[in-house]
Design a protein around this ligand. Sequence first.
Ligand SMILES: *Cc1c(COP(=O)(O)O)cnc(C)c1O
Length: 426
Amino acid sequence: MALDRAGCLGLDLRDPLADHRRAFALPEGVVYLDGNSLGPLPAATAARLRQVVEREWGHGLIGSWSDAGWIDAARRVGAKIARLIGAAEDEVICADSTSVNLFKALAAALRLQHNAAPGCDVILSERGNFPTDLYIAQAITEVFGGRYRLLTVPGDEIAYHIDDGTAVVLLTHVDYRSGRMHDLADLTHRAHLAGALTVWDLSHSTGAVPVDLAGARADFAVGCGYKYLNGGPGAPAFVYAARRHLQAMQADRFAQPLAGWLGHRAPFDFAAEYEPADGIERFAAGTPPVIALAALECGVDTVLAAGVEPLRAKSVQLTQLFIDLVEQRCAGLGLELATPREAALRGSQVCYAREDAWPVMQALIARGVTGDYRSADGGAPGILRFGFAPLYVRFVDVWDAVEALREVLAGGAWDQPRFMARRAVT
Ligand SMILES: *Cc1c(COP(=O)(O)O)cnc(C)c1O
């Protein structure tokens, strides 16, 4: 496909999702390819937050817990997210951060495996998994007193390592660094055949690629609110537990370990003994962040308004166009594709390994194209990461981003001291 800029503008004219860009308050002059790290501000959010703060909090005061539906917000937004990941409405709740939800979900999965044979003691994960997922798994092995151990293997060897020693398979669906997407249904099936349970991290999937947790009979999942869900910095995360596991937890009368009062079946009885709620509410710990949940709901609504299947279709077109244009226009400039070429194997981002990736990305950002940088293991070249959120990224943006990349690399504009200084957040 040899397209020019006018051809890309033509694609935008025919784009069925083009109008959804207006649901965002995007700054002028920026091609934003970092919505996989922090989704942009939805146009509806500021007014909604003003309403929550001034009317519900300011006037309604404590009565708003009931009158404005604050107490139901974590379930209500969870039910909306459920529609994006193929879960039932009563299987998802918003709470805490992804890290904390991972802790709760992984602990619940391991507790369900309590009666497994003594040799069934492995938490199997991927070597390059997002660090917080590995840190939480490491911490959990200590919490369970050495009953379990963490085994990490290369991503393409996961299936080979699932056996009757595997208690839980803990994986991120779309890899944060490469964008490579695991076959969630196949690996879940393999785990179940071996008697293992799965905990899926959907941080880079939710709102960008279709996920069918029910179809895969997935066990537990967690995900992030501030990436493709556009919930704002530090937005609450979500946790999913299959209904059959919620019922098993109920039958065995065990709780996830962060058994706070809002996971109690009757918090306002103020009983001394913890009794978990029947359903997904047992994954709540403390008081929900009401203002942040209101922002998250605005963000989730932007995704629901478009629907996941149309988003995926456009996302595949955007990432393919970027790969094709970089190949055509940036040949010989040192970029090595670090994302699967096959669309079915990647999420909604494209990455390149490149020497001096850090200053190259800083020069691109100064040029009006925002992506980000990720370091690689063991001295390998860093990664230039570009996320293509199909709600607001246009085809012409893809063209302009590739042109900026070509200019920055071909002209050596990145090779200046002002682009070398590292910042706290990359
Ligand atoms: C972004 C991300 C997280 C974020 O975790 P927080 O606790 O919300 O900071 C976790 N896991 C993965 C795979 C992520 O991409």
